[in-house]
Design a binder for this molecule. Structure first.
Ligand code: ADE
Length: 315
């Protein structure tokens, strides 16, 4: 049984080659913009840009989620005018796509020439010291779905991309992480900003429901610092074809670890004396909140990503 992905990627590539001006082709850096972070395009890629909706590209999966409208943007990066490609909006497994389909754009980016991939996402914070709006550079992941066999590399191996059994122990490039921490220190965020940059482990869950309280405690107990519904399949496929990867999570909500009020307690007060209704509602995640946190943090995320791209292109 052959893996059809290389042929499909070739068809997507031919489509793009026929539509994108020559000077924008062969991007060396690829960027995936997470929920509410599509504004990265304006700061990183000034006009002229070539914009191709996912709907037009052969074999590209179609995004169906509000705030995730999908297009590939090709442009020349601000300072030294090197070509860069941006995925504005991504497709998630929970939309009904296969793992192979969700990660197909990474295969196409590889064929375009992308060697370094910068990934942003929205995630739930599992550590009490994380605040909404903080950023977390990922240094490892826990792939719950993958450990159970739901894996983007399942099936015949695409040998032209990489090995059957790729290692992931060095998936999160140390040099890029170091650079990101350095660059963050150089950003003047003004006297009132409390936003902090951490480093941590991402737990990948299938979604689309947010986690229960017990699941949040389990994930924290397993060692995860943030939880989200994307990124890990992309990282695996990018590493399979030997791209360097940096992934950045924006904490858009605090996952609730507190067990909440019990039904077998008669008091209408919870243990901390809070009103019962408030105790139930507290920390309940919703998609609007995720998008709002993305918009508020967008300027800092954009700044960090553009400094990183400049740094990568200059070395
Ligand atoms: N994305 C943003 N917040 C999330 C959460 N709590 N769980 C999963 N994905 C998320």
């Amino acid at each position: 049984m052959d893996n059809v992905l290389p042929q499909q990627a070739e068809q997507a590539l031919q489509y793009l080659h026929a539509r994108i001006p020559l000077e924008l082709l062969s991007p060396v850096v690829g960027i995936i913009c997470g929920s509410g972070l599509g504004g990265l395009a304006e700061s990183v890629l000034p006009e002229p840009r070539a914009e191709i909706p996912y709907t037009n590209i052969p074999h590209f999966p179609q995004s169906t989620v509000q705030g995730h409208a999908g297009k590939l943007l090709f442009g020349l990066f601000e300072c030294n005018r090197a070509p860069v490609v941006l995925m504005v909006g991504r497709v998630h497994y929970y939309e009904g796509h296969s793992m192979q389909s969700v990660t197909f754009p990474i295969r196409v980016m590889k064929r375009l020439g992308v060697g370094t991939l910068l990934i942003t996402n929205a995630a739930g914070g599992l550590r009490s010291e994380y605040s909404v709006g903080d950023l977390v550079i990922l240094n490892d992941h826990i792939n719950l779905a993958g450990l159970a066999g739901l894996h983007p590399l399942r099936g015949p191996n695409a040998e032209s991309y990489g090995t059957r059994f790729p290692a992931l122990s060095d998936a999160y490039d140390l040099d890029l992480r170091r650079r990101a921490h350095q660059l963050w220190k150089s950003i003047d965020r003004g006297p009132v900003s409390t936003r902090r940059l951490h480093e941590g482990i991402y737990a990948f869950v299938g979604g689309p429901s947010y986690e229960t309280r017990a699941e949040c405690r389990m994930l924290r107990g397993l060692g995860a610092d943030v939880v989200g519904m994307s990124t890990v399949p992309e990282i695996i496929v990018a590493r399979h074809c030997n791209m360097r990867v940096l992934a950045l999570s924006l904490v858009t909500n605090n996952a609730v670890l507190d067990p909440g009020p019990r039904g077998d307690e008669t008091s209408i007060q919870d243990s901390r004396g809070q009103d019962l209704k408030r105790a139930i509602e507290k920390g309940k995640a919703n998609h609007e909140e995720v998008l709002e946190a993305g918009q508020k943090a967008a300027a800092d995320v954009q700044h960090l990503v553009s400094l990183l791209v400049r740094d990568i292109l200059n070395t």
